[in-house]
Design a protein around this ligand. Structure first.
Ligand code: FAD
Ligand code: SF4
Ligand code: SF4
Ligand code: SF4
Ligand code: SF4
Length: 414
């Protein structure tokens, strides 16, 4: 019997499953669906090409093998799909693959009663980062000298982004080198600190698989009793085989995780500094927001935005019919979302005007975290604003005549 904190090398026992590493993820998902532990699997499959990952809503276990493998050139965030299209898993059990940002979005939606977490099985994936499809195509054409349409597989290994073409050519370039010239991983992925999402029920990856199992096994860590039961069931049913991880492999995995977390912090420092501070930062944000065409994509995609009556659509707050919208449009989002932003990058990646929304929101979130200690997406604790008792707060404001709880736009450069 496994328990929270246990680690394994695991691999599929099915010759039909050609997994990214050991194929343990697909095998566990298949076991869960076949044995009616879940009603549906929500995962990702290749669309027209490797730059087009699609959400896959699967109820037939036979379809799962076609989803094996990792797609790094995409921007999908799955939890909001559960809220939007699957009634927040109120009446069905769903197993879902989650990167760090997915796992954090799931927790934020779960604690707001938008997803029924009791019905969710999260299969976590370690995540070194993902690349936007446009950037992937540009860098493959310009830096690799390869036609992006000739690429049949991409992978991230030992700090390199590697592409494999249809005629078998392999070419890798260091991610650091790509990022120095504005290519490589999405900016939010560069800033990300959630590399092994232990919020999931089990978490899987290739870091730490060494020796004769390298490339042939999945490294699995058990993160909850629900995950332990699922994993043990898959072993007992003969879906996967396991062995204890190599001690050297365990140490390597932990070292890589720490290095990646520190790298994320460094990128935060650098990218946040590019915004300036105080009035300069406000000027920068206003300048960027002046391109906004009020398409609502940022709201539509954000896992923290789910309100039936969005304040940005209230005429007394944001005047209708104006492009760009009043700056209040953005201020509303900053005030409603910034404490809980999970840095998923959706609001930036999918903004048609390339406004660096996620960068601004993440920078605000980190400031809020430093002030109030709330870390979004890590546990089921409620955000700071959820504790504000409105009547008491109104009285406090009336008594003090001030609504300055903290002043993020004070020019502190002087
Ligand atoms: P498989 O049995 O092949 O199953 C993989 C599952 O992942 C499938 O269900 C597939 O649909 C799903 N999937 C594929 N792409 C996505 C996606 N974009 N979002 C959500 N689900 C997806 N592991 C590391 O140890 N280090 C890393 O740096 C690392 N970076 C990763 C970055 C990304 C963007 C992704 C998606 C995965 C990353 N992984 C990383 C995890 C690793 O690539 C494998 O997914 C994991 O080891 C499981 O292997 P497997 O053979 O058991 O998976
Ligand atoms: Fe992975 Fe983090 Fe980027 Fe999400 S934000 S895709 S978890 S690196
Ligand atoms: Fe404005 Fe971009 Fe949001 Fe659209 S996605 S409303 S253009 S900020
Ligand atoms: Fe993701 Fe942007 Fe929402 Fe933050 S504000 S959670 S980056 S969509
Ligand atoms: Fe809700 Fe505010 Fe997001 Fe609108 S901007 S959906 S009101 S959180």
């Amino acid at each position: 019997m496994s328990a929270k904190g246990d680690t394994f090398y695991a691999w599929t026992k099915s010759s039909d499953i050609k997994g990214e590493c050991g194929g343990a993820v697909i095998s566990i998902l298949k076991y869960a669906l076949e044995n009616k532990i879940v009603d549906m699997v929500l995962t990702v499959r290749k669309g027209v090409d490797i730059y087009d990952p699609l959400p896959a809503f699967i109820t037939d276990p036979a379809e799962l093998a076609s989803c094996a493998g990792s797609l790094h050139c995409g921007t999908l965030l799955l939890p909001k799909l559960i809220k939007k299209y699957l009634d927040g898993a109120r009446n069905m059990k769903i197993a879902v693959t989650v990167k760090g940002c997915d796992a954090k979005a799931m927790y934020e939606l779960g604690k707001r009663n938008q997803i029924n977490m009791d019905n969710i099985f999260m299969i976590g994936l370690n995540c070194g980062g993902s690349v936007s499809p446009q950037i992937a195509r540009k860098m493959i054409a310009e830096k690799y000298g390869i036609d992006p349409d000739d690429v049949v597989k991409e992978e991230i290994d030992k700090g390199q982004f590697i592409v494999i073409t249809k005629d078998g050519q392999h070419k890798g370039i260091s991610i650091d080198e790509l990022e120095e010239v504005g290519l490589g991983r999405r900016p939010n992925c560069q800033r990300c600190e959630t590399k092994i999402p232990r919020q999931a029920d089990i978490v899987c990856g290739n870091w730490g698989v060494v020796g004769d199992k390298a490339g042939k096994a999945t490294f699995v860590e058990i993160c909850s009793s629900k995950g332990a039961k699922l994993f043990d069931g898959a072993v007992s049913a003969g879906a996967i085989d396991t062995c204890a991880p190599d001690a050297k492999g365990l140490a390597i995995r932990s070292k890589i995780e720490n290095v990646m977390i520190n790298l994320g912090k460094k990128h935060q420092e650098k990218q946040f500094a590019s915004l300036g501070s105080g009035a300069k930062r406000l000027g920068f944000i206003k300048g960027e927001a002046s391109r906004c065409i009020k398409c609502y994509n940022c709201i539509e995609q954000c896992p923290i935005c789910y309100c039936n009556e969005c304040s940005t659509k209230k005429p007394h707050l944001v005047r209708p019919g104006l492009i760009p919208p009043d700056f209040m449009f953005h201020l509303i989002r900053f005030s409603h979302v910034s404490d809980s932003c999970v840095n998923c990058g959706q609001c930036q990646e999918l903004c048609p005007m390339d406004i660096p929304n996620a960068l601004v929101m993440h920078s605000l979130q980190v400031e809020m975290q430093n002030l109030f200690g709330y870390v979004p997406g890590y546990d089921m604790q409620l955000p700071v604003l959820a504790y504000v008792e409105e009547a008491a707060e109104r009285k406090r404001l009336a008594d003090t005549g001030s609504d300055q709880i903290f002043n993020i736009f004070t020019d502190n450069e002087e």
